[in-house]
Design a protein around this ligand. Structure first.
Ligand code: PEP
Ligand code: MN
Length: 263
């Protein structure tokens, strides 16, 4: 169902007047974790000013250590909805279990399936039974074929509003947090009809190369880019090293617009 043979034309996802996968590129931005209403409002205001319409933020967080901040859960999703209601922005947040879907659906517009759950088949089937778009991230060590089959699980249950996100894979390389697999972009674009985006935050883990990596993704045919940003990254409760502050976001956004690659 995800293949170009099955459907030759590109899938375009439409939410609240925003299109993902059409003729325009998409920027998805926001904090790693939702931490407070003020934090979300600050980020949303900067995005609105830049003309960015999609706000991300985690409430159910897949943390490597059980002792790290696990997210605000439903309270965080409520903050997201309040900000969305005020600004008209489209919101994305991760669900980690089928049991979280019904709750999350009340507050957000797009479900995110994180890298660690790419092959959580019950979760894939469960979002496949909803009517909301799904942002599916590539697994930490997933092959492109496994990634496509994960998406297939969602479409197989009747939900064809799926976008794919390359977020870096595990290799021997230590200079970056993960290795952004640029080659996955044209391969996924050729072999599937789904929108393909690149996450330059979790792949690189390095602010100094996020802009060139975003450009590379777009040059390779990606439909959009995701970055994380935070009003005060050094105080962030997760991913404090790689979230852009407000000035860094402005510079990133200007660089992307000036590159001529972002339509
Ligand atoms: C995220 O985008 O919030 C996230 C946890 O990323 P990943 O699942 O790619 O590690
Ligand atoms: Mn993060």
């Amino acid at each position: 169902l995800v293949s170009r043979e099955h459907q030759s034309e590109d899938t375009i996802i439409r939410v609240k007047g925003t299109e993902i996968g059409g003729s325009r590129h998409t920027l998805i931005a926001g904090p790693c974790s939702i931490e407070s209403k003020e934090q979300l409002e600050t980020v949303a205001a900067a995005l609105k000013k830049a003309g960015v319409t999609i706000l991300r933020g985690g409430a159910f967080k897949p943390r490597t250590s059980p002792y790290n901040f696990q997210g605000l859960g439903e309270d965080g999703l409520k903050m997201m909805k309040e900000v969305a209601d005020k600004t008209g922005m489209v919101t994305i947040s991760e669900v980690m279990t089928p049991g979280q879907i019904e709750t999350a659906a009340r507050y957000i517009d797009i479900f995110q399936i994180g890298a660690r759950n790419m092959q959580n088949f019950d979760l894939l089937r469960a979002v496949g039974q909803t009517q909301k778009p799904v942002l599916l991230k590539r697994g930490l060590s997933a092959t492109i074929e496994e990634f496509k089959f994960a998406a297939e699980y969602i479409l197989d249950r009747g939900n064809d509003q799926v976008m794919l996100m390359e977020r870096g894979i595990r290799t021997f390389e230590k200079a970056t947090r993960n290795t952004l697999d640029i080659s996955a972009v044209p391969i996924l674009k050729q072999e599937t009809h789904l929108p393909v985006l690149v996450d330059v935050t979790h792949s690189t883990g390095r602010k100094d190369i996020m802009l060139p990596c975003a450009k590379a993704g777009l040059a390779a045919g990606a439909d959009g880019v995701m970055i994380e940003m935070h009003p005060n990254p050094s105080k962030a409760l997760s991913d404090s090293k790689q979230q852009l502050n407000m000035e860094e976001f402005q510079a990133f956004w200007k660089g992307l617009c000036d590159s001529g690659l972002f339509r």
